[in-house]
Each structure stands twice: as C-alpha cells, then as structure tokens.
Design a protein around this ligand. Sequence first.
Ligand code: GRF
Length: 192
Amino acid sequence: MKRIAILASGSGSNAEAIIHYLRQSREAEVVLLLTNRPDAGVRERARRLGVRCDYLPTAELREGSKPLALLAELGVELVVLAGYLVLITEPWLQAYPQRILNIHPALLPEFGGKGMYGHHVHEAVLAAGRTYSGITIHLVDEHYDHGQTLLQAQCPVLAGDSPETLAARIHQLEHRYYPAAVAQYLRLLDER
Ligand code: GRF
C-alpha cells in the first residue's frame, strides 16, 4: 500500500478528509502528518484519528534534511500539502519530483502567489466582484501556487457573501474533491 505524508499548518480539515477517504478505499495510507505550528488544530485531529503528527520548526522544514530523512525512513511516496504555509524548497522538489500536491482555495492562476492564503484569497475574490470562485489542485514547483493543474472545481459567490461564508463553501468543495484527486494521482503514478 502506498504511503503518504500530509503537511499542514492549520486546522487540518482537508487532512482529515483525506485520511477518512483512504481508510475506506484502502488505496493508500497516511503515515505521517507534519506541521510547522506546535498549536495547529491538525495536531488534535491527528490524536483523535490515531495518525502520527510531528512538529518541526519552519526553518527545519524549509532546510529539508530532517523531514526528508523521516519521510524516507517511513517509505513515503507522495507528499500532500493541505493548508501548509511554508515554501517547498529545492531539496523537497528533488526528493519528490512531481510527487508533491497542493490545494489552493481559488481558481489559479488568479488569486494565487505569495501572501495569497486563507482569508486573503477570499477577500480578494470578493473585492474583485467575482460571481464564482473555486479550488485548484496542482503539482508543486519552486514558485507559490504555480505547478501543473490537476483539477479545478467551481462554486458560486453569492450576494452578501463574507470571506467566512465563501471559505465555508470552498471548504466543502475541497473535502469533496481533494481526497479523490489524491487517490487518482496515485493510480496515475502507478501506471507510469
Ligand atoms: C484550505 O482552504 C486550503 O485550500 C488552503 O488552506 C486551507 C486549509 O484548510 N491551502 P484546512 O486546514 O484543511 O481546514
């Protein structure tokens, strides 16, 4: 069974959705959660779900040697970013070429790039007067929110939406599509 690591800086609801999905489909196993925030909500979820969750400081995650040694030791084949706010550096890209996925809460290439995360994204979508937004699941390269797109899905922006109501709608889309996209990408890797 393929082994996956998920990197998360926040609440970890996407991480949880992926763990549940893969436990049911038995296509792969999430063997490790890694976070750069000792107080991240994802740590509590990991405890509840019985998945190992390690904290490492941002500098060590960026530098790469410690986390990558751990991933190699655990036999991790795919890295999934789920609300992870640390730049993926060269050592990661070399160790996992075409094997790091990310989800962005908007329709890239719009509303992406450095500083465009969380509520900043939804505020920008609302300020631009868009009538729809969505999610982008993509491969990670050396630039923020830039690698090849694997999947996009849309949802409406409703009159009276706040960044919070829009974020909630986007989260639903993420939970619906990200776990299946991860599983599908693993199947694709198998066929190569
Ligand atoms: C998601 O909206 C994701 O698109 C973005 O960060 C958020 C993470 O949410 N990259 P959660 O921690 O999975 O609940």
